[in-house]
Write a protein that binds this ligand. Sequence first.
Ligand code: GLV
Length: 363
Amino acid sequence: MGAEDRLPVNVAEYEARARARMDPASFDYYAGGAGDERTLSENVLAWRRWNLRPRVLAGVGAVSTATDVLGSRLAFPVIVAPTALHRLACDDGECATARACSAVGTVHVVSTVASRTLEDIAASADGPRWLQLYVPREREHTRALIRRAEACGVSAFVLTVDTPRLGRRERDLRNDFQLPAGVEPVHFPPLDPAAGDPALGHFARYANLNLDPALDWSIVAWLRAETRLPLVLKGVLTAEDARLAAEHGVDAVVVSNHGGRQLDGVVPTAVALPEVVAAASDRMAVLVDGGIRRGVDVLVALALGATAVMVGRPVLWGLAADGEQGARRVLELLRDEIEHAMALSGKRSIAEIGLDLVQPARV
Ligand code: GLV
């Protein structure tokens, strides 16, 4: 059996397979970060700067990885992060992602920059689904999207707060990245082909022309007036902003640096997580994303106080490697790694995971 015939056994092998299968410029759009990609690589390394402190003879027997976040039941504490344009990975795009999430029992956070419509995604699978929001200057657009999402059974909104403008992604500039024919951000109004900086691809031009760079904390009240569903802010990296989020009554924050795609040099999420937890986890749920590639990384995040994690690129690698089956298997691998690591750490349930499970690596 050749290496191409056997199923990948971890996320890194799915990434290698995705790289081999994808159009190189589309791969770079998914894989790349801003600037020198320091934050992109430090996100991965920062989880590995923690070691586990396993307990023995803990009578583990059956291990339950199940948990609840904002009223959604998760079979394991990994939510699929909002990522753009899944049709760059496989034709079914977000519909395949939705089926994979539903099969494993986790939440699919659909991006505003999806390449399949919310209605098609909702018709593909009935698992829990949240919607990520980018807010254009024209508020009517967001209002209409919220109404559509509610009609499609979306059960929470995730406002991205780290994008007053899009990060400078040098791979995309180098590749002159343009969307392949037929792949479009279907929830955006059509973009005038002559508008904006022609050196930038469709999404970068759209974002820089239309997203509201003047967004401030008043957007929370505006969204609260538009919907009764839970509101999550994604992109918080400091205790100061975590406290403001709690004071504005949001239901959760995601400690995130947008997968290293916005401001290069910002703190890795594993390093930012403890201060956000200390500032606000008694008042709201704290989620985290960025650089999570192993079940052990998830245990570290939970030990540091996260309620659950989000993964973005790993699911894209699964989709690109093998469509819905690939995305599903990536999630199953993470689930199995979490369950295995819990058993070997002496933890029977997510509730048993606490700060005593980790210590800073000293090698
Ligand atoms: C979209 O959110 C992106 O980061 O490209």
